[in-house]
Write a protein that binds this ligand. Structure first.
Ligand SMILES: CC(C)(COP(=O)(O)OP(=O)(O)OC[C@H]1O[C@@H](n2cnc3c(N)ncnc32)[C@H](O)[C@@H]1OP(=O)(O)O)[C@@H](O)C(=O)NCCC(=O)NCCS
Length: 164
């Protein structure tokens, strides 16, 4: 078995929706629609599992996803980071975060934030917790940003995700 990481494509959208649904119901990530994934497909990455002898449909099973949202002024958000429970603890989320870092570097971004119930995964990648007021007001006014009530606000600055 191997896990491959790619930019998301149109035919991955249903797999992304299926993957995130239990985490949406648990309140870990915000719901997404086919339309908004389609509109932001260039910002999505997926992890797919490939096992020997599987059919093409099975090969396209999505076991991880993430999106990097551009907030403008060099600020980005990592969102919709989900990994199927059967593939947890194998570094899939870590790899998906690395892909966001590469995209952020390509866009010349300065900071990346996330709101998460699982901040340790991000901390290992150089994020640190910050107060809400360290992010601009436009973040908190945005309808598509999670409520920070129960989630940690975490931030990585460019220095922490630039390659050494
Ligand atoms: C949070 C979530 C994305 C983590 O996914 P994951 O692929 O299991 O994450 P990783 O494997 O990269 O890291 C998870 C743990 O496995 C460990 N790990 C990483 N690589 C590993 C490997 N090769 N072998 C064993 N363990 C490993 C990490 O140290 C990490 O430990 P921690 O939980 O104490 O930080 C996943 O649990 C999930 O989808 N949760 C629900 C949605 C959510 O909360 N998303 C975050 C909000 S944006």
């Amino acid at each position: 078995m191997s896990i491959i990481y790619t930019k998301a494509r149109k035919h991955n959208i249903q797999g992304i929706l299926d993957l995130i649904q239990p985490y949406v119901e648990a309140g870990a990530v915000l719901p997404r629609t086919t339309r908004d994934i389609m509109d932001h497909l260039d910002n999505f990455f997926v992890a797919k599992v490939i096992k020997d002898g599987q059919t093409i449909e099975e090969r396209s099973k999505i076991v991880g996803c993430v999106a990097l949202r551009d907030f403008g002024d060099g600020l980005e958000e990592i969102r919709t980071l989900c990994v199927h429970a059967d593939y947890a603890g194998q570094g899939v989320a870590s790899h998906l975060i690395d892909m966001c870092f590469d995209l952020a570097i390509g866009r010349d971004s300065k900071e990346i934030f996330a709101l998460s119930l699982r901040p340790t995964v991000f901390m290992r990648k150089g994020f640190h917790t910050v107060a809400m007021n360290q992010l601009p007001d436009k973040v908190w006014k945005d309808d598509e940003v999670s409520s920070p009530d129960e989630k940690a606000v975490i931030l990585a600055t460019r220095d922490s995700y630039l390659p050494e």
